[in-house]
Design a protein around this ligand. Structure first.
Ligand code: C5P
Length: 230
């Protein structure tokens, strides 16, 4: 199916302890954000892409992509969900229809493979709800007690880590996010907004190396892996 993309890139990424938001750190000669955009820009089924940036973001205008006509901008908001909602409103201006698919993908996930992207599109093409790339928990999981000791071991057999892209129909995603924000529900990904609306997004198993760069060591690891791409 044809699809639209929203890239929320308006976060500050404080856990990286860097001098700029993490999507603007360098990886194999370019910024993380440029690599992330490249995962989608030449895809034959892409209808359009919206990038959500902090108001006054000084870094994006300096990049070559800033003049790429395939990339439309939207203003980000306080929380990720606000940024995505703003991106959806921009998609509406660009002509997105109720039943169109929208893929939301973190700016800080530059290692999405074309195989995983196409697998998501394929597996969800006829799905009534939509879903997300996810990875089954691999380590044994512990719940911590207040004293920093193990309170219990959690059954990991049904636990998955939620990755992106997350893929939903435009109207369903828009309604779920808007309603969740009005209700004051904390939604840390798009799927949780749909879950809150009573829907059950489908889990599509993806590669674990489509990681979200969160801490300095994540970027070290990816730089190492990509060192032959420079
Ligand atoms: O902080 P975290 O890594 O969970 O953010 C996930 C994605 O959401 C990042 O790409 C970040 O730039 C984006 N984000 C946003 N607007 C916010 C907060 C986060 O676009 N207010």
């Amino acid at each position: 199916p044809a699809f639209w993309v929203v890239i929320p890139a308006a976060g500050v990424g404080s856990r990286m302890r860097a001098d700029r938001p993490k999507q603007y750190l360098q990886l194999a000669g370019r910024t993380i954000l440029e690599h992330t955009l490249d995962c989608f820009l030449d895809h034959p089924q892409l209808k359009g892409l919206v990038l959500c940036l902090s108001v006054g973001d000084p870094y994006w205008p300096e990049l070559p992509g800033a003049s790429d006509p395939r990339i439309q901008r939207a203003d980000g908001g306080n929380e990720r969900a606000d940024s995505v909602l703003s991106g959806l409103l921009r998609l509406l201006e660009l002509g997105a229809q109720e039943d169109d698919w929208v893929l939301v993908h973190d700016a800080a996930r530059p290692n999405l493979s074309r195989h995983d992207l196409d697998q998501l599109l394929l597996e969800l093409a006829d799905d009534p709800v939509g879903g997300l790339l996810a990875v089954p928990a691999r380590d044994t999981l512990k719940r911590a007690g207040a004293d920093g000791r193990v309170a219990e071991t959690v059954d990991r057999s049904q636990i998955w880590q939620a990755y992106t892209p997350q893929m939903f129909h435009f109207a369903a995603l828009h309604r779920a996010l808007a309603d969740a924000l009005v209700a004051g529900v904390a939604v840390t990904d798009e799927a949780s907004a749909l879950e809150w609306a009573g829907l059950a997004p489908r889990l599509v198993e993806g590669r674990a190396d489509n990681l979200k760069i969160t801490r300095p060591e994540d970027l070290d690891w990816l730089r190492q892996r990509w060192s032959n791409k420079v």
